[in-house]
Write a protein that binds this ligand. Structure first.
Ligand SMILES: [Zn+2]
Length: 285
């Protein structure tokens, strides 16, 4: 195992550069790449995680508020208390890491599957073609009375104002199509994720400490020859099994690794070191 640890983006450190180079080399060689991403993927887009010191729970929200029991009992309360969180999700933009992952598929022709625990739509917004959202996403809402599904943009105004949106045709309240506490993960999505991981020759785990099951066991689906890379701010139980462990700023590391991977630029028309889908302005120097 090779652990590379560094404090912040932009630090010119040999070990960090070597680690990023090694990741770039894996990305260049691999044909089928799966990324498993968690909250740490989106914190650089301004979306708070749940459990960290600056996370949602520190602001007075709690697990109960995001439970199916609590939601069913009092949906209005859920929307009232979740207003700021929802606004944050609606406003967030993909960061350099989301864009780097998307560019691997769209600009470098890699077979890339994203398996995410995040309910934001940032991987899709960045352009990643295949995203399995284990916990659903805020992209759609379903009427709790008749089951009708609607795009969130049609009810976004109510949600932004902390008001429970209603289906005009039947009067039922819309729920976000996310997996609330107390609900099971969608089995079809989980099966597709496992299948993709089983076929991968490179698995990169980004921004998740993999403590929540069943997502925590997903890397076990990987095949014998699959390279495992961990990119997190903190240590995880999988680090000892990994071929490469990087600890640092997710967006910066992925951006630099993708920019420097051997296949970067072979279909690019812009700057030689920068895949065209990446906006250099979004990276803090
Ligand atoms: Zn309805």
């Amino acid at each position: 195992m090779y652990v590379v640890e560094f404090a912040s983006a932009g630090v010119k450190d040999d070990a960090m550069n070597d680690g990023i180079e090694e990741l770039a080399s894996h990305l260049g060689t691999a044909e089928r790449i799966v990324f498993i991403t968690g909250a740490g993927m989106s914190t650089e887009s301004g979306i708070p995680d749940f459990r960290s010191a600056t996370g949602l729970y520190a602001t007075g929200l709690n697990e109960d508020m995001f439970s199916i029991d609590s939601f069913t009992q009092d949906p209005a309360r859920y929307y009232r208390h979740g207003r700021d969180f929802h606004r944050c999700l609606f406003q967030a933009k993909p960061n350099a890491g989301h864009q780097a992952i998307a560019a691997l598929a769209t600009d470098m022709g890699k077979d890339v599957v994203v398996v995410t625990q995040n309910i934001d739509t940032l991987h899709r917004d960045a352009g990643s073609p295949v995203v399995h959202a284990l916990h659903g996403s805020i992209e759609t809402c379903s009427c709790m009375r008749c089951g009708e599904s609607t795009h969130v943009s049609l009810v976004e105004r109510a949600i932004r104002n902390g008001i429970a949106p209603r289906h005009s045709a039947c009067g039922g309240i819309y729920r976000p199509d996310i997996v609330l506490f107390g609900e099971l993960l969608p089995v079809d999505v989980l099966a597709e994720a496992e299948q993709a991981i089983g076929a991968a020759d490179l698995l990169v785990v980004v921004g998740t400490s993999l403590v929540v099951h069943p997502a925590a066991a997903l890397p076990d689906s990987r095949g014998d020859g699959c390279i495992l890379v961990m990119l997190n701010r903190t240590a995880t139980h999988l680090d000892p099994e990994a071929d490469l462990v990087l600890r640092g700023t997710v967006g910066d590391v992925l951006f630099r690794a993708v920019s420097g991977s051997p296949s970067a630029g072979h279909r690019a028309t812009g700057h030689a070191n920068e895949p065209p889908a990446l906006r250099s302005g979004s990276v803090s120097a």
